[in-house]
Design a protein around this ligand. Structure first.
Ligand code: GUN
Length: 291
């Protein structure tokens, strides 16, 4: 079994990005600047956004973190977005999800200038992605493509089963892997909560992407021998033995599935770190496009 080490791979990517930033600096060109908006105090969201900002600093990007109160009005949030849209120093920005219930998420995502939408969530960019046109591919599916590529995992002609149809992961992942692209050309089955006989389907898979958000959902008896397993889940489970008070658990029952898998991502240290690296990559791309 080969562990798909997202921590190491993301460190490699960040090093490559840092070299490009150093080159920009040498040529006295503008370095990439990422801004992130976070609304409220959701513990996981704050952790993720802080990690994104810290990653910017590590590669030499500029970063701006905008923290807004939980009770901010939709109108005020849309105004904050417009400020970033017209700020020439900002190359790209994200609005961390989820948002409080009183704010219309779709309205917010549509307010982001598609040229600065480094999360790739704007309908214009989702449409371009679906048409295989140049755009910002959302960080999580982009990170999975990169991990598969860097570990030389063949996808062409393979049976891929995606579990979960979220707009952030499952849906784009199924589209991308079925496309005619370097990591793609797979026969993809997108499964979800209404799928019948799921185990029968997953047992036919050469590659399984578990992105449904149920801890340890995928068990060894659902997996064929030597399958490639990508675990996108990160659920915080209470654990008094940990300093933080919780441990992170994926959507895959790691120990039993690892015995059958040819390749598998750990949680933490698999897909998660890749997501941050690809957000940086998108921000660098936004900077180049604007230059
Ligand atoms: N919440 C969970 N994943 C993401 C992501 O990739 N981007 C943003 N903005 N919010 C998220």
């Amino acid at each position: 079994m080969i562990l798909l080490d997202g921590k190491k791979t993301s460190a490699d990517i960040k090093e490559e990005i840092a070299l490009e930033v150093a080159e920009l600096k040498r040529n006295e060109q503008k370095v990439p600047h990422l801004a992130a908006i976070i609304v409220g105090n959701n513990g996981a969201s704050v952790t993720y956004v802080n990690a994104k900002v810290k990653a910017c600093e590590r590669v030499g990007f500029e970063s701006t973190l905008i923290r807004l109160p939980e009770n901010i009005s939709e109108e005020d949030l849309l105004n904050e977005i417009e400020v970033l849209n017209v700020d020439n120093d900002i190359d790209g920005f994200i609005v961390q999800l989820p948002l409080p219930d009183h704010i219309d998420e779709q309205k917010v995502l549509m307010a982001v200038d598609p040229d600065k939408d480094v999360d790739g969530f704007h309908p214009t960019n989702v449409g371009k992605m679906a048409l295989n046109l140049p755009t910002f591919i959302s960080a999580t599916p982009f990170g999975i493509l990169e991990l598969l590529e860097r570990y030389n995992i063949e996808t062409s002609g393979k049976n891929v089963v995606v579990i979960g149809r979220s707009h952030i992961v499952g849906s784009p992942m199924s589209i991308l892997l079925s496309q005619k692209r370097k990591v793609g050309n797979a026969t993809v089955t997108l499964t979800h909560s209404r799928t019948k006989n799921l185990s029968q389907i997953t047992r036919e898979a050469d590659i399984i992407i578990a992105a449904l958000g149920i801890p340890e959902f995928l068990k060894a008896d659902m997996v064929k021998q030597d399958a490639v397993i990508i675990d996108v889940g990160i659920t915080r489970l209470a654990d008094a033995s940990k300093k933080s008070g919780y441990r992170l658990v994926g959507d895959v029952a790691f120990n039993e599935v690892a015995e059958k898998a040819s390749h598998i991502t750990p949680v933490p240290g698999g897909v998660g770190p890749m997501t941050i690296a690809m957000l940086l990559k998108n921000t660098l791309l936004a900077n180049k496009r604007r230059a």
